[in-house]
Design a protein around this ligand. Structure first.
Ligand code: ZN
Length: 117
């Protein structure tokens, strides 16, 4: 084990050819993102994350997560999506201690398209 990392450090002009010329080509990882509609790699190396199944389900739903494991793997973009969802959600109703709850209706559809042509 010790050796290997040592050898790896010595990258350079040893004339081994250019096997890795582009990093955005086709990365081959080992862990797939567990979001069904995604299919990206979720390797740690490229920003993948592990997340509790329940938390992923909160965003994608049980049918959106491919495996029911305690910790699912998310690729970087999916993790971002998740983060975004989680951040954007509670804003409306989380106003703690600031006035009574139920002051503002949760879903008031603005019918404004007529006002401004
Ligand atoms: Zn993904």
């Amino acid at each position: 084990m010790g050796f290997k990392s040592r050898v790896r450090k010595r990258r350079g002009n040893t004339g081994k050819g250019t096997s890795e010329d582009g990093d955005s080509e086709e990365y081959e990882g080992q862990i797939r993102c567990d979001i069904i509609e995604c299919g990206n790699w979720a390797d740690k190396k490229i920003g993948g994350r592990k997340m509790a199944y329940d938390r992923a389900v909160e965003v994608w739903g049980a049918s959106g997560v491919s495996r029911k494991v305690r910790k699912v793997s998310l690729c970087k973009p999916c993790y971002r999506t998740w983060k975004k969802e989680k951040k954007g959600e509670p804003k409306e109703w989380v106003s703690k201690g600031k006035g009574p709850l139920g002051n503002a209706p949760p879903t008031s559809t603005p019918v404004r398209s007529f006002d401004q042509p």
